[in-house]
Write a protein that binds this ligand. Sequence first.
Ligand SMILES: [Fe+2]
Ligand SMILES: [Fe+2]
Length: 296
Amino acid sequence: MNMVTLATTLQKKKEKTELILRNIFNLPPVPKAIKEALDLLSSPKTNNFQLSHVISTDQGLVTKILTIANSPLYGLQRKVTTIDFAILVLGYHELKNIISVLSIVESFKNKTDQYLDQKEFWLHSFITGTASRRLAEDLDFPNEGEAFITGFLHDMGISVIHRFMHSSFIEIHNLVNGSGINYQEAELEVLGMTHQQIGYYLFEKWNFPDQVCDVILNHHNPEKSANNKMLTSIIHLADYMTQKLEKGKSYWDKDIQLNLTELSNLRIRNQEEADKFIIGYEELFNNQVEAVRYLN
Ligand SMILES: [Fe+2]
Ligand SMILES: [Fe+2]
């Protein structure tokens, strides 16, 4: 195939994928308790009692909020054992970040099959999100909440392919395993788009802040981010750390390369410094995985 035909084929595949994405423009229904909690968190008249009551009707939501609040990478000083206490220590703003992220992840969740284990995928999102928040704090990035949200949602494109383009998901999977090309190349080959572009497409349509969309688009190539190099580098590093430390890693990221040039934004200058930096988080990552072992 010559270059022109190749570009046209890619464009055609991209258009087909975008058509599917346009049809899922409206988010799938959000679980009831999550929706009610988000409504309450947006209303100035809400009190802690109402909020706690609504959240408590969904035991899965309670467990997940407590797990996040108690995550060692999240870094709260005191153990959070009840929703009432979680509301107090996290505050409405942080709680809204957590519940928004959970609502998106939950509403896109598909059933586990041999191609994607939902628990593993959740763990990858969760660890990347909490680690990004911690890195933001440690590296003096001013908006930790944004780091958490973006880290948690960085790979949503993968979840969307699994749920809404399942046969393409299998095709990509088989292509990687059969021909040895990497996931990025296989995604382009099958869908004309990468999972980063798919995530970007949807979050843009849902009017997420520009920084969040930009980071989702560039999390594998932080050098391409125009205005958010530091946040993109933080998510990129957190994502890489899950591979390097082998905690909460996603097999879809197995070929991920650490971009050292951009890490200078984080005051890390070479591979040796990066390795040393990452090892410093090993124990935290271990504790983190231990803390969510029983979550489903
Ligand atoms: Fe990714
Ligand atoms: Fe990832």
